[in-house]
Structure formats: C-alpha cells, structure tokens
Design a protein around this ligand. Structure first.
Ligand SMILES: [Zn+2]
Length: 155
C-alpha cells in the first residue's frame, strides 16, 4: 500500500511489508537503531529516517537517512525519549567558552538564574542604539557520523 505517515519519531515505525512510504518522521535518538524487524519488501520514496538502520530488503529511493550522534546537553528534550543523559563536560562540548548573543527574554532568565551575561550597545540598521545581551558559555554540537546513504536502484 502506498502510504504517507505522520510523526512516529522515537518509536518503531508502523510500516508494513509491501508498503511504499512517501513521507513520515521516523527519527530515532541513537545512530544505527534497528527498525521494522521482519518487515520486508518496502519501498521508500521519502521520509525522515534519521538514525534508522534501513533493512536490507528495502528499496531506498529518496529520504533522509543521516546518522547523527545527538548531544543530550544540546537536546535535553530527547532524554525523555531514551537518549542517555550526559555530564556537562561531554565530548560534544566546545573546548572553550564562547560568547553567544541571546534575546532580551533569555537574558532575563539568565539574570533570574544568577548566570553571567553581559550587556553592550550597538547601532541598529536605523542608527539607533540597540542593547545586545551576550551569554558566555560552552556550546554543544551534534556529530554527523556518516552522510546520507546512496539511493538504491531497482528491486
Ligand atoms: Zn554531549
């Protein structure tokens, strides 16, 4: 059956043998996650399969199959979906602290949390003074492990 799926991130995709997948979000939190064990004869014409291990019997035409090592410090919302929590000094952290511009609203949150930020002034596009809020912090970066797989041709 030709099917378009909705959001099924962090769960085993509800794809059935013989399906042709046009779209859907099947993203997993950990690279190389096995999906759809025993489901065969599937053709993928599109969809977000980030971190999925595409079964050998499937025909892959189009879609996103990037393998990304997500950082739990950058994506704390994924910890609730099973991404292991990490210490603050995880391997994804920048070696030194960097200045990151933040919104006025975020600066208020930093002030409330007694976290350090600086305030400077610059000219905006109209030549008027504009307040710039800067937080000095470590930044966390996800690691892309391998590029998107090549499209397979034919059955
Ligand atoms: Zn990390």
């Amino acid at each position: 059956m030709i099917r378009t799926f909705g959001n099924h991130a962090f769960t085993d995709p509800p794809i059935k043998s013989g399906d042709t997948v046009l779209a859907g979000n099947f993203m997993q939190h950990t690279p190389g996650t096995v999906i759809c064990e025993g489901v065969e004869g599937v053709t993928v014409e599109g969809g977000l399969f980030v971190n999925c291990l595409i079964p050998d019997s499937w025909i892959w035409r189009h879609g996103n199959n990037c393998q990304i090592e997500f950082c739990a410090n950058r994506h704390p919302e994924m910890v609730a979906h099973g991404l292991p929590a990490e210490p603050d000094d995880c391997p994804h952290r920048s070696p030194t602290m960097v200045d990151v511009e933040v919104s006025r609203e975020d600066a208020v949150k930093l002030k409330t949390g007694l976290k350090p930020f600086t305030t400077t002034t610059r000219k905006d596009g109209n030549g008027l003074d504009e307040t710039v809020f800067t937080e000095t912090k470590y930044v966390y970066t996800d690691r892309v492990l391998k590029p998107k797989i090549k499209a397979k041709v034919g059955p």
